[in-house]
Design a protein around this ligand. Structure first.
Ligand SMILES: Cc1ncc(C[n+]2csc(CCOP(=O)(O)OP(=O)(O)O)c2C)c(N)n1
Length: 622
């Protein structure tokens, strides 16, 4: 049953030709296929279960060969992928060379925009609409955005402009009352009031009898809007911005959704459809715990138990513990998160001290500016954030935090390659973009004990500090630290050797140590050092290293260009050292989806490839 819907190659045609009863059956089968496949591949289950009917309705009303549909974030596009002909490959989801978990123009002509980060859909769809107008074309442009993503400033910027330009644009607000965890802010409260009023806009009664399939809709517009007026009050904020608001609409009633989409399409002006859905719909465990099933690894579909035990050893968990310790020791410490309370590990502190965790919504710029204000106001903010989402706040880090030398700590989770979510979620750029910022210190722990020390050190330093750690388990500490001494994050040689020195960031230390073992077995005496501080570069250590070792290798879980290795090579050139320096890291390329292990093999960053590359570069040891 499940497999058969995945095998259908022309679901779009079927959806356009079926009656509403048949469409409901298709929705049931799509849900089964989602649960079955995602239980094996892992992925964003709850968001996709919630959007099945809306996706069917979109494909029924619009012609996506012409019309342009932009999905915000894009994690909710699995149903769209199946409907638009990618069912047969759906089992390869998120795997190396398989289907991406996000929209990709390179994957299908039905994906109009590559997304992954929240908040850009309205602006992107508006851009499409403006291009359409300039080229005298005639098609619909649609953005689908969740209530969580609507908290991002960029979404407001898009609405603000689109409403004033008046060109036809349809924004569909998919409101399930949830971001990854509960949604935050005044807009979320207002939407909640509308949702909980329970009064769905009844298209059958109020509009559909006025609006029979196509007819002279324009002439009836006045009459229809009058009727709609009684139901639009909840969406006053969107009306003020220049949108015609319709809603709330039952997002699991395909007939109502189709009616609403048809009205929106024919109105030929900015329209906002407020669609209410249930995250996790149709899978009881996901309905009960949408946060757990927002993004999940493989699980048993019968019991909903994750295949891997709940990971208590991740860097995020360890950071959460270190954060609590820091907050207990210093009552100025507050955590700032941009809608990632659970994923970044700050949930523990929130439980103990709810007022010391500030969730700003999906608004990274806001997170960093708020942190700057908190620091100036006498607090010690720790911004807990994924590397890839920190990119959103590039300017705020420079202009507000670094320029004013403020004591803001960035706890950068998922730094380096993160794997199955692909290009938009890899944390490969943080070293490169933070290194160029004056007054910034960048630290890279290799284990949980170092992480704790680095947070303490950063608090003492009182200037901007970034501490980056990867998406995996945090190793148990490999060294003993004399508590009587104060911690200084200078490089530490963890394995002695004579000929070659591999200097690693915290994430790649294990790979460096294993590669060194392979090199030793080939006769190349190899030392390994954990650099710990990437910026400012510890000159004395490197001057000594250039004098002591024949071969210098740097390795980092970040892009090579403008990375840590390039700073070392720059220093080597400046010092006119005769040593040759080999820099290893990720190439100047957006790294695709796949498991971290598979990607490291593909890009020559697994233990064996690292050893081979060192041998061949220095022409020795074979
Ligand atoms: C800029 C940015 N910050 C954070 C995230 C992580 N993230 C992915 S989905 C999501 C929640 C989205 O909520 P919503 O838009 O309501 O969609 P839902 O999953 O509830 O359907 C978040 C915070 C992101 N993708 N982009």
């Amino acid at each position: 049953m499940t497999d058969r819907i995945l095998e259908e190659t022309d679901l779009i045609k079927k959806i356009k030709e079926s009656d509403f009863r048949e469409l409901d059956l298709i929705a049931v089968r799509l849900r089964e296929a989602l649960i079955d496949t995602v239980s094996k591949t892992g992925g964003h289950l709850a968001s996709n279960l919630g959007i099945v009917e809306l996706t069917i309705a979109l494909h029924r009303i619009f012609d996506l060969d012409r019309d342009r549909l932009v999905w915000d974030v894009g994690h909710q596009t699995y149903v769209h992928k199946i409907i638009s002909g990618r069912g047969p490959r759906f089992g390869t989801l998120r795997q190396l060379d398989g289907l991406s978990g996000f929209p990709k123009r390179s994957e299908s002509p039905y994906d109009a925009f590559d997304s992954g980060h929240s908040g850009d859909s309205v602006s992107a769809a508006l851009g499409y609409a403006l291009a359409r107008d300039l080229r005298h074309e005639d098609h619909s442009c649609i953005a689908v955005i969740g209530d969580g993503s609507m908290t991002s400033g960029e979404a407001f910027e898009g609405l603000n402009l689109a409403g004033s330009l008046k060109t036809p644009l349809i924004v569909i607000l998919n409101d399930n009352g949830m971001s990854i965890s509960g949604n935050v802010g005044g807009m979320a409260k207002s939407l909640q009031q509308i949702r909980t009023s329970g009064a769905y806009l009844d298209f059958k009664k109020s509009i559909m009898n006025l609006f029979k399939e196509d007819s002279r809709f324009g002439q009836r517009y006045e009459a229809i809007t009058k009727q709609i007026k009684s139901a639009v009050l909840p969406g006053a904020i969107f009306e003020e911005l220049g949108f015609k608001y319709f809603g709330p609409i039952d997002g699991h009633n395909i007939e109502d959704l189709c009616g609403a989409l048809k009205v929106a399409k024919d109105l030929r002006r900015p329209v906002l459809l407020h669609v209410v859905t249930k995250k996790g719909k149709g899978f009881v465990s996901a309905e009960k715990n949408p946060t757990k099933f927002h993004g999940i690894g493989s699980f048993d579909p019968e019991t909903a138990t994750p295949s891997d035990r709940v990971n208590k050893d991740s860097w995020s968990e360890r950071f959460g513990e270190a954060l609590i310790q820091a907050a207990e020791a210093d009552d100025r410490v507050v955590a700032v998160t941009a809608a990632m309370t659970d994923a970044t590990g700050v949930a523990g502190l929130k439980k103990l001290h709810p007022d010391r965790v500030i969730d700003v919504g999906i608004a990274e710029q806001n997170a960093v500016s708020a942190a700057a204000g908190l620091a100036l106001g006498g607090m010690r903010p720790i911004v807990a954030i994924y590397s890839t989402f920190l990119q959103r706040a590039y300017d705020q880090i420079i202009t507000e935090v670094c320029m004013q030398q403020l004591p803001v700590i960035f706890a950068i989770d998922r730094a380096g390659i993160t794997g199955p979510d692909g290009e938009t979620h890899q944390g490969q750029f943080d070293i490169a973009f933070l290194s160029s910022m004056p007054n910034m210190t960048i630290l890279t722990p290799s284990d949980a004990v170092e992480l704790g020390h680095m947070i303490e050190y950063a608090l003492k330093l009182g200037t901007p500090v970034a501490i980056r750690y990867p998406k995996c388990n945090a190793p148990v500490s490999s060294y003993s630290f004399d508590a009587a001494q104060s911690f200084e994050p200078w490089p530490r040689v963890i394995k002695p050797g004579e000929q070659t020195l591999i200097i690693s960031d915290g994430s790649m230390l294990d790979t460096a140590a294993k590669a060194a073992g392979i090199l030793e077995s080939r006769g190349m005496s190899t030392a390994v050092a954990n650099v710990r501080i990437i910026k400012p570069l510890p000159y004395d250590f490197f001057i000594d290293a250039f004098g002591r070792y024949e071969n210098i290798v740097t390795i980092e879980d970040g892009t090579l260009y403008s990375g840590f290795g390039s700073a070392v090579s720059f220093l080597a050139a400046k010092l006119k050292t005769p040593r040759r320096v080999l820099n290893l890291g990720w190439p100047d390329k957006f790294i695709e989806h796949g498991s971290i292990g598979a990607l490291r093999e593909r890009y020559g960053l697994d233990d064996l490839s690292v050893a081979d590359r060192i041998c061949s570069f220095f022409g020795d040891g074979n």
